[in-house]
Design a protein around this ligand. Structure first.
Ligand code: CA
Length: 229
């Protein structure tokens, strides 16, 4: 398996539209969560933060604009990209949508191909390894398209779990990941794995990264977890 699958949340009250979006996003290889109301959307985000949110403006109850405003004011969800969908095409609405903090704005009816391109564009920023970007950190280079890792120009042998761990680290160098967060991202939350398993694979990753020499770039942060650099 490649870099951990990006998670996309679709918030749309019209079932047919919601299913078309979900179907196409799944076909792109994304994990999709679906919500039909604003309240459901907020609950799902709380449970499991997505990598991108596709959000309909017109929803019963809490409107898309209000959800966007709330998510963009919370530190935990501020950086999650939001693509707003709207039947309104007036320039003033577009401006209002973007002012609420939406990262992109698509007017209905839209082409699915275009929307997928917009989703990928947001993921290139937040989940580069997941959309086939090449990542670099110091002398380490990870190519998520060919699944190859090089250090100082030399190819490294890495197991699939170590590859996923390294892509997670390389997407956000310096970020400290707890064992639980790594389990969620690398193994998936539906699988029961002991947190000690994380330590075992971190050990293997460290060994793999220094198979041609070089310092250990993985930092253990006591009581918190692990970071790259
Ligand atoms: Ca709607």
């Amino acid at each position: 398996m490649a870099a951990p699958q990006p998670k996309v949340l679709v918030v749309e009250d019209e079932p047919a539209q919601r299913e078309v979006l979900a179907y196409n996003l799944e076909a792109e290889g994304f994990a999709v969560a679906k919500a039909g109301t604003g309240d459901d959307a907020l609950m799902l985000v709380e449970e499991d933060t997505p990598d991108v949110i596709v959000l309909d403006w017109m929803l019963p109850g809490v409107s898309g604009i209000e959800i966007c405003r709330r998510l963009k004011t919370r530190p935990a969800t501020r950086s999650v990209p939001i693509i707003m969908l709207s039947a309104r095409s007036e320039e003033v609405d577009r401006v209002r949508g973007l002012e609420t903090g939406a990262d992109d704005y698509v007017v209905k009816p839209f082409s699915v191909v275009e929307l997928m391109a917009r989703v990928r564009a947001q993921l290139r920023r937040t989940r580069p390894a997941a959309v086939g970007q090449r990542l670099e950190f110091d002398d380490i280079m990870l190519d998520s398209e060919t699944h190859k890792v090089f250090r100082g120009g030399k190819a490294l042998k890495l197991g699939p779990t170590e590859f996923r761990l390294l892509s997670t680290f390389m997407e956000k160098p310096g970020r400290v990941w707890s064992r639980e967060q790594l389990l969620d991202r690398v193994w998936g939350r539906d699988i029961y794995v002991d947190t000690r398993t994380v330590d075992v694979h971190i050990g293997r990753l460290r060994k793999a990264l220094s198979q041609h020499g070089g310092e250990d770039p993985v930092r253990t942060v006591r009581g918190a977890g692990y970071a790259l650099g």
